[in-house]
Design a binder for this molecule. Structure first.
Ligand code: PMP
Length: 434
């Protein structure tokens, strides 16, 4: 096999950098090894780049493409709506049907409002929580990502030296230029430590606790047994709104998201990504008494593109498929095969590593002796070696995220899994030789 080359991508990114800073439109696409890629098209589990490479994709656009890149039903639904108007500045039956499906599938969803990105959905959820409780403080957790906006970009990628003691983490801004005041009422705790939440909530002044119920952004970490239940109980007792940020886990780890899979129901939840298989759709769903405050006036939720009808048509098609029997079983089985295969390949190569999370979204942590419990544990992973591994994989036609996450789709069939595992073994061997 000749190794994939990315020369044209490299060249076009350099040229594009004269008009687009860094040649990319999101900071998370910047500076990846060996170069940010430029694509021509995508199909099923495949990406085709301008160097003529066909790559097996495990980015899946960082989560949305749960049905693969070109699901015929979603595309047909969007195409049919394209001819009926792009944006009404008003409601449509499509919006109502999409909302009905969300409420049918998601345990906490008595009501739902649509937005256009996960970052925006999080802002609405926090605003609702503060308006409902009349309190200001929001608790979030180290390493949990809730979008790039000033109010929540705290303690996401904190360097170890800046974290402070685990019992009292120091909120750390995620970006230069961030308004320090936006974090004035944000407090940061270490995740998976029930006693920290219980103790803090007892003071009775916290509006909301927000978390990724399964920590996908910094390691595929499941909540410890009893953790979500303890947080749920403490929130109920303190009158604090519990928000699960299901932007990644929603419609991915189960039809009803992490809350369904783990059996703990939040007051509010945010969704995006897999809800519409690539269209810009996000949602806040939750308790009727909280959400209906939006119908009483006084709380602002805007967005020119919210519930855009083409995107709503895609949402309906996506949710119908995700709700249909068999979809999740196949995804789960093949994801499990891939996870097990990767774990076995690492073991056989004598590489210390963890493979954690769920078959639809899992995480490989090179150098970790045991599964991480929270962000502090993930920091011990050997990131540089992992980037060498993903670069070696890319040269063999497999595109996986540098930060350790693997996103599956229904289109990653057994043949694709086998090809991936072959490339993974070869990439490990190359690393061993280096
Ligand atoms: N919350 C979580 C858990 C996410 O993973 C992300 C995006 N990766 C966001 C919020 C922000 O979503 P968006 O990029 O659509 O603004």
């Amino acid at each position: 096999m000749t190794a994939c080359s990315f020369q044209r991508s490299r060249q076009r990114i350099a040229e594009a950098s004269r008009i687009i800073p860094g040649g990319v439109s999101s900071q998370f696409r910047f500076g990846v090894s060996p170069t940010p890629l430029v694509f021509e098209r995508a199909e099923g589990p495949w990406l085709y780049d301008i160097d003529g490479n066909r790559l097996i994709d495990y980015y899946m656009a960082l989560g949305p493409m749960i049905l693969g890149h070109t699901p015929a039903d979603v595309i047909e639904a969007a195409r049919a709506q394209l001819e009926r108007g792009l944006l009404y500045g008003g409601q449509s039956e499509l919006e109502f049907e999409a909302a009905r499906l969300v409420c049918q599938m998601v345990p906490c969803a008595e009501r739902v409002r649509f937005a256009s990105s996960g970052s925006e959905a999080v802002q609405l959820a926090l605003r609702l929580a503060r308006a409902t409780t009349g309190r200001k403080v929001v608790l979030k957790f180290e390493g949990h990502y809730h979008g790039w906006l000033d109010s929540v970009l705290w303690s996401v990628g904190t360097p170890a030296a800046e974290m402070g003691p685990e019992t009292q983490p120091i909120p750390f801004p995620g970006s230069q230029g961030q308004d320090p005041q936006a974090g004035a009422h944000v407090e940061v705790l270490s995740w998976n430590r029930p006693e920290q939440v219980v103790e803090r909530l007892a003071r009775g002044d916290v509006a909301a606790v927000i978390m990724e119920a399964i920590m996908c952004n910094s390691g595929g970490i499941l909540p410890l047994p009893g953790y979500l239940e303890a947080v749920r109980e403490a929130c109920t007792k303190a009158g604090t709104v519990l928000i699960f940020d299901e932007v990644i886990t929603g419609f991915r780890v189960a039809p009803g998201g992490a809350q369904q899979r783990l059996g703990v129901t939040p007051d509010l939840a945010t969704f995006a990504k897999a809800i519409a298989n690539g269209f810009s759709v996000a949602a806040v769903a939750g308790r009727a008494d909280i959400m209906d405050r939006l119908a009483q006036g006084g709380i602002v939720h805007g967005g020119t593109y919210n519930a855009q009808p083409v995107a709503m048509a895609a949402t309906i098609a996506t949710l119908r498929r995700l709700a249909s029997p068999g979809t999740f079983e196949g995804l789960e089985r093949r994801g499990q095969r891939l996870m097990d295969g990767i774990r076995q390949a690492l073991q056989e190569a004598g590489v210390t590593a963890t493979v954690t999370g769920l078959p639809q979204i899992f995480h490989v942590g090179l150098g970790l002796q045991k599964p991480a419990v929270n962000y502090r544990d993930v920091l011990a992973a050997d990131r540089q070696a992992y980037v060498r591994l993903t670069t070696a994989l890319l040269e063999r036609g497999v595109r996986a995220l540098e930060r350790g996450a693997w996103f599956l789709s229904t289109e990653h069939d057994d043949g694709i899994v086998d090809t991936t595992l072959g490339a993974f073994r070869e990439a490990l061997a190359q690393l061993g030789r280096a």
